[in-house]
Design a protein around this ligand. Structure first.
Ligand SMILES: [Zn+2]
Length: 365
């Protein structure tokens, strides 16, 4: 074809060099056919690249040497030869361009196929956050006490000895002040070892009962094992008014524990000692896992020891400017982490503070 076109367009005069001219033009025609055959075989990008190098490559391209052969061509045929070479080059370039477009289109199609959305597949749910188990327990406890007419008091996590110990009737030699338990910070301050300083601050600020508050937050002790974390959470309840009795304490404990665990929860008080209450009692509740039958959670006793409680020691009231002859009150406190562990069946307190999303996903309320 190229020879025909080259011949047709060529207006080389005379037929003297017809033999040589035809030979050369035939060679060009053969090259064009060879390229067409090779081009038809190209199926992928590496094949296209090989074809391009084989024909247009600067070192071994088949078209490269052609122009250099011009001097072998009789002068009257040179124009036709030049046109033939240019035409062949144009064909090769156009052929490569066409294959390139075909491959690109195929690649695009493959990309689209790969990323096509299958509308029949079930949707992927978005990742939802959830409240930490301790936060969930705090919110529940706030709700329970709000219904009982209590408000929430607050206070600093860095305390002084006076609010953390002295006003709570801890004698100077009391072991709780020991560096074994307390984490001290510069300037004679310490990280509060319990939430009780918030009770003290509330009494000092108000001095005029009735007082009905709960306070909760982080507390710190120099303690770290499977059942203890150096940072944990407490909540405390304080009620002060005229004529408050141990019966009010027990009634409030029952109402609280039955809302926190289950309506059939029973409460048992055992005599104990705390510096800031007199009398003092440890509080057991029937195990929520076995409902009192005995299981691993309650060490087969049927009871869980979860609270400390008592009537506020008159010395504490007096130290906070409240007249113990007129007013009395009760206080109790418990570890929020322990309640969260019981409520959600979490075996190790440190799992609460690992920040593992898998735990948080399981306790989503
Ligand atoms: Zn049990």
């Amino acid at each position: 074809m190229s020879s025909e076109q080259a011949g047709a367009s060529g207006d080389a005069p005379g037929e003297t060099a017809g033999g040589a001219s035809n030979d050369t033009l035939n060679q060009l025609a053969a090259l064009a056919d060879a390229f067409a055959a090779e081009a038809a075989e190209v199926a992928d990008r590496p094949g296209w690249e090989s074809l391009r190098l084989a024909w247009l490559g600067k070192k071994q391209g088949k078209l490269r040497g052609l122009m250099g052969r011009m001097k072998e061509i009789p002068p009257q045929d040179r124009r036709a030869f030049g046109q033939g070479v240019n035409e062949l080059k144009g064909r090769v370039e156009a052929g490569l361009e066409a294959i390139d477009q075909r491959l690109t289109q195929g690649e695009r199609q493959a990309d689209q196929d790969a990323s096509r959305i299958d509308v029949t597949l079930p949707g992927r749910p978005p990742q939802l956050g959830s409240l930490h188990p301790v936060t969930q327990v705090i919110r529940l406890i706030e709700e329970i006490f709000a219904e009982l007419g209590y408000s929430v008091a607050d206070g600093p996590e860095i305390e002084d000895d006076r609010h953390n110990f002295e006003l709570l009737n801890f004698p100077p030699e009391h072991p709780a002040r020991d560096t074994q338990d307390t984490l001290f910070v510069d300037g004679g301050l310490l990280l509060r070892t319990h939430t009780s300083p918030m009770q003290i601050r509330t009494m000092l600020a108000r001095q005029a009962p009735p007082i009905r508050i709960i306070c909760h937050g982080r507390v710190y002790r120099n303690d770290n094992d499977l059942r203890h974390s150096p940072m944990f959470h407490q909540v405390e309840c304080l009620a002060i008014d005229e004529g408050i009795s141990l019966g009010d304490l027990k009634g409030t404990l029952e109402a609280f524990c039955q809302r926190l665990f289950s309506p059939e929860t029973k409460v048992r008080l055992r005599p104990s000692f705390f510096p800031f209450t007199e009398p003092s009692a440890e509080v057991d509740v029937t195990c929520s896992a076995c409902r009192g039958k005995g299981c691993a959670t309650c060490s087969n006793t049927g009871w869980m020891e979860i609270l400390g409680s008592g009537m506020v020691d008159p010395r504490v009231l007096r130290a906070c400017g409240i007249d113990p002859a007129r007013y009395s009150g009760f206080a109790f406190g418990l570890g929020l982490d322990r309640v969260a562990m019981i409520r959600y069946g979490i075996p190790n307190i440190r799992m609460l503070f690992d920040g593992d999303e898998r735990l948080l996903r399981q306790v989503r309320s």
